[in-house]
Design a protein around this ligand. Structure first.
Ligand code: ZN
Length: 317
């Protein structure tokens, strides 16, 4: 995590920490909990979790980690009327020290890289490479989570791929992403993909997101309307800038997946895949700049102007 936790002074509150498991425990995910419990029995070196929302993907990744490390797992009696039946499954207890350490990111054999909180850079890769060659400290396995990898640059993606390619029987990896089209195909193909149910994004959009979708659509179409918005001082703070990046990434992914019933996605669907990857790479860089506290209005204006020129150059109408 981005913020450093001093283990002695700042142990996160247990009740607070284990809230990370709440989304996964919702009844709508009964079947998916069974699925991930079954996956743990024969865990792949690399598991991808796509679909749902960032919150549910993150929750599932931590649930999977708790399944790995929990000291007092409980038998899980399945409802046999459910679609999936996998035999004897276990679930984490959520009470033992290990479950707590997983939730609080303090487990020595759990590494968490969250693209939303900190740029996954050369230093992170160095840390990963060094640890990946050592046996785990306490558990039989080490679990490495990369959260929200749609915000990974191709450079970081390739660096992770190199580490993955060095066989190490101790290490297992989880990647979460909005959808599989958003990550390097070479990374995707090495893993098993679990897909959570998609939310209907149109109904999930906030008024702010709807407004920005319209502004972006108009801007990419005509090159106008953006400065009216960004010209007002303070309109774009870091949070709004990230929302704009998120809208772009979501719609690139929809376009790549052929979901064209969204205005922006249908516009982007005319763009060949490799150009969408290129455009996504620029959004990733913009995201990194915002995280580095570069002025958000400047970041967004540069990004959108650059994308506008790029889209025109490759013939987007
Ligand atoms: Zn436990």
């Amino acid at each position: 995590m981005a913020e450093k936790k001093n283990i002695e002074n700042e142990m996160p509150d247990k009740d607070e920490a284990i809230k990370i498991f709440e989304p996964v425990l919702s009844p709508e995910f009964d079947v998916f909990r069974n699925k991930i419990q079954a996956i743990t029995k024969n865990a792949p070196q690399l598991l991808h979790i796509e679909g749902g929302s960032a919150e549910t993907r993150t929750s599932f990744a931590h649930y999977y980690a708790a399944l790995f490390f929990c000291q007092t797992p409980e038998a899980c009696f399945q409802d046999m009327e459910k679609e999936f039946a996998y035999g004897d499954l276990i679930k984490p207890c959520f009470h033992c020290a290990e479950c707590y350490k997983v939730a609080a990111h303090m487990h020595p054999d759990l590494l968490v890289f969250d693209s939303r909180e900190a740029h996954i850079d050369i230093d992170s890769m160095r840390e990963l490479k060094k640890l990946a060659n050592e046996p785990p400290r306490y558990a039989k396995k080490r679990l490495i989570l990369f959260l929200e990898t749609q915000k990974l640059s191709a450079f970081s993606g390739n660096a992770i791929l190199k580490v993955l390619e060095e066989p190490n029987p101790y290490n297992q990896y989880v990647f979460t992403m909005s959808q599989r089209e958003m990550i390097l195909p070479t990374l995707l193909s090495r893993g098993f993909v679990m897909t959570l149910p998609w939310k209907d994004p149109i109904h999930e959009l906030t008024d702010l997101e709807k407004e920005w979708e319209q502004i972006l659509g108009k801007f990419f179409h005509s090159g106008s309307g953006l400065m009216d918005k960004t010209g007002t001082k303070g309109t774009i703070d870091g949070e709004i800038a990230k929302i704009i990046c998120g809208i772009l990434q979501k719609n690139f992914a929809h376009a790549m997946a052929g979901r064209n019933d969204y205005v922006l996605a249908s516009m982007f669907s005319a763009i060949p895949f490799h150009h969408l990857f290129e455009a996504n790479e620029r959004v990733v860089l913009c995201y990194e700049m915002i995280n580095l506290m570069v002025n958000p209005t400047y970041c967004i204006e540069s990004l959108l102007t650059e994308l506008f020129v790029y889209f025109k150059k490759i013939g987007l109408k």
